[in-house]
Every structure is written in structure tokens, then in C-alpha cells.
Design a protein around this ligand. Structure first.
Ligand code: SF4
Length: 360
């Protein structure tokens, strides 16, 4: 696991965002340049002062965009140049309470949009920046402004926003149809065709109806949408019907991601009740994939170790888990497909991973 928070000491009074450089060759006023360092850490100097970062060799920080928080004596590694999966958490508030939530929400919101916008502007060339929460669109105006300002200055960047899709209105259609929004995709969860079941799983009455309305506005705006469905015991039987719904009513989506559960957050204590072991019974998932693909919907599998998926569907199981939270079982080192495999979340029980894998 790659640690995204590192201890640090800084002489600034307020949090700030900076990009770490080993040399001043292409210096930007928001860069901090390495002054001294060894295997234990580095001392960087920039317009906001000095920051001493501990516990990581400075060579591993080259080009990273970090948030320096002097009061908490730490940095957050916001955008890592070496990673293809960087996600900014814009709020921990949410208006749902999903049974499987991997990051249970908090009541309070600390507004960091200005700092995160600065981070986006310093992002490495061509980066796809993930946005998540909580529910980011609870702060829709702040969120859209951040993306619009960034995209207008940085034509090389794009965003992927995880949202429940329920806070868009007809008034947003024109705005979301602007050309820069072709570089924004929206990852939106949908768990069932049965409104009552979807609402139950997300812990919010009326969520399904609001989502249908939100999807319609996004569709009219020509927004790019990736639907997401976490598989659980409660909804796996309805997956083929959901595939039919997506194929007939939501054909405009770019992709449909069927996702396996994360052993963290609320799901950890509810694991026996929620977890559907697809390795022993792939039938409903196969049927859903067949239906979706037959109708031209690009279906894919997230968080499914490839050796647990029947060969005919293995190419749909992509390496979906971010590098900083991914692990493999010891036997995976003998597998020819490791580079294409999701592996397991860092928090997945080791013993369960060990007995699951069958090197290919
Ligand atoms: S053996 Fe490991 S690397 Fe290979 S497919 Fe299974 S989980 Fe993935």
C-alpha cells in the first residue's frame, strides 16, 4: 500500500498546495524545490516557505502535487505523477447512506475547493483527475466552477466525477452541454430496476426517482456517463433485468461497470450478508453481461480478480483497483495475467485472497 499522507513540518501559517521538484529547471511560482534530502525524507523550499517531508525519499515525490497542512503537521499527496488513478475528495458529506459504503460520510464539510483547484492547475500533463466524496454535487456550484476554470486553462486535462446523479436540474442542461464538458465523465451508481430496492440499498427514499430525473438531464446535455453497479446478495438476481433496463432506456451511457464489493467501511461488518461470491455462481452476472453486450452497451467488470471469472468473460475484468490500495496474494507472482488483473483491495482479508487465487 502506498501511503498518501506523510508527516511534514512547514513554516507557513495556512494550508497550501505546491508541486515538488528536484531541480528548479522549469520553475513555476507554485513549485517547491528540493534543498536537501536522503532516504528518510526531503527539505523543499518554495514561495510559501520551507516544508520538511518525512518517511519518503524525495525521488519518489518528483512532480507530485501535495497539500501542505502545517497545523496537522502533514502533507497529502493529491496528484502523483507516476499514478494513472488520482482522486480528489471534495467533501465527506453525503445525502445517502449506502449499505456497502466504503467511506462512511461525515456530517461536517471542510471547504477545500480553492486548494483543490490549485492542485488541478498544477497537475501533470494529460492527467485524468478523479473527483469523489461524500457526494460532490452537494456543492454543485463549487464543483462545476472548479472544473470549468481548470478545463478552460488546461486543455490537456479531464475529470471523472463519482456522484449519485440526483442533484442536476433542467437549469443545468445548457451549462453541462458546453464543449469543455466533453472532458468530464460522470460515474453514477444504479443498483436495481426496482425503485424500492435501489432506495433501500442507498438508504434514501425517492433516490431512484431522483436518479432517473438526473440521468434524463444529463442525457439531454450529452453528458458522458459511466453507470456503476456493486454486486451484492440482494441485487445479484436482478442483474439481468438491470441489463435489460440499461440496454433499452439508458443506451446513451458510455459504459456499465459491474463492481465487486470492497471489504471496508460499512461492508466490512456486513460482509456475510452482502458479499456475493461470484466465483461459485457466475450465472446472473454472465447473463447480464451477455444482454448488455448484445445491445451494444460496453459492460465491464471492476474488482474481479481475473482467475475468479470464467474464461469467456475474463477480458471484461479490468485492472480497476488503484495502485496505492491494491495487493496480490503470494501465488499471484506466478500468474501470467497479473499485469492485467485488478488483484485485491489492500483491506481484503489475506487468507480469503490466498485461497481464492488460481494463477493463470
Ligand atoms: S492469480 Fe492473482 S494475478 Fe492471477 S488472475 Fe488470480 S488474482 Fe489475478
Amino acid at each position: 500500500m502506498i501511503e498518501l499522507i506523510r508527516p511534514a513540518t512547514a513554516d507557513a501559517e495556512r494550508p497550501y498546495v505546491t508541486r515538488l521538484r528536484s531541480t528548479a529547471s522549469s520553475f513555476d511560482p507554485h513549485d517547491a524545490v528540493l534543498v536537501d534530502g536522503d532516504a528518510e525524507g526531503g527539505l523543499f523550499s518554495g514561495a510559501f516557505g520551507i516544508v520538511a517531508i518525512e518517511g519518503i525519499p524525495p525521488g519518489q515525490l518528483e512532480g507530485e502535487v501535495v497539500l501542505v497542512d502545517p497545523a496537522r503537521r502533514r502533507i497529502e499527496r493529491l496528484l502523483r505523477a507516476e499514478s494513472t488513478t488520482n482522486t480528489l475528495l471534495v467533501t465527506e458529506r453525503c445525502d445517502q447512506l449506502c449499505v456497502m459504503c466504503s467511506q462512511p460520510p461525515k456530517k461536517t464539510h471542510i471547504d477545500r475547493f480553492d486548494l483543490l483547484e490549485r492542485a488541478c492547475l498544477l497537475a501533470p500533463e494529460g492527467m485524468l483527475i478523479g473527483i469523489s466524496g461524500g457526494e460532490p454535487t452537494l456543492y454543485k456550484e463549487r464543483l462545476l466552477t472548479l472544473m470549468e476554470r481548470t478545463l478552460s486553462i488546461r486543455a490537456d486535462l479531464s475529470f471523472h466525477v463519482l456522484t449519485n446523479g440526483q442533484h442536476f436540474t433542467a437549469a443545468d442542461i445548457q451549462r453541462l452541454g458546453a464543449p469543455d464538458y466533453r472532458r468530464v465523465s460522470w460515474g453514477i451508481p444504479l443498483y436495481s430496476t426496482e425503485p424500492a430496492l435501489h432506495d433501500l440499498l442507498v438508504g434514501k427514499d425517492g433516490a431512484f426517482a431522483q436518479l432517473e430525473e438526473g440521468l434524463s438531464y444529463l442525457a439531454i446535455a450529452g453528458a458522458r456517463i459511466e453507470l456503476r453497479t456493486v454486486v451484492m446478495n440482494d441485487n445479484v438476481g436482478g442483474l439481468p433485468a438491470l441489463a435489460g433496463y440499461v440496454s433499452s432506456r439508458l443506451r446513451f451511457v458510455e459504459a456499465w461497470s459491474i463492481m465487486q464489493l470492497e471489504h471496508v467501511g460499512f461492508a466490512k461488518n456486513r460482509w456475510p450478508a452482502l458479499f456475493f461470491d461470484h466465483s461459485g455462481r457466475f450465472g446472473p452476472i454472465a447473463e447480464a453481461l451477455d444482454r448488455a453486450l448484445l445491445h451494444g452497451v460496453r459492460a465491464q467488470l471492476f474488482n474481479f480478480p481475473r482467475c475468479t471469472v470464467p474464461a469467456a468473460y475474463r477480458s471484461l475484468a479490468i485492472a480497476s483497483i488503484s495502485d496505492w490500495k491494491r495487493k496480490f496474494a503470494p501465488a499471484c507472482s506466478d500468474c501470467r495475467e497479473q499485469t492485467k488483473c485488478s488483484g485485491f483491495f489492500e483491506w481484503h482479508p489475506d487468507e480469503e485472497a490466498r485461497v481464492t487465487v488460481r494463477p493463470l
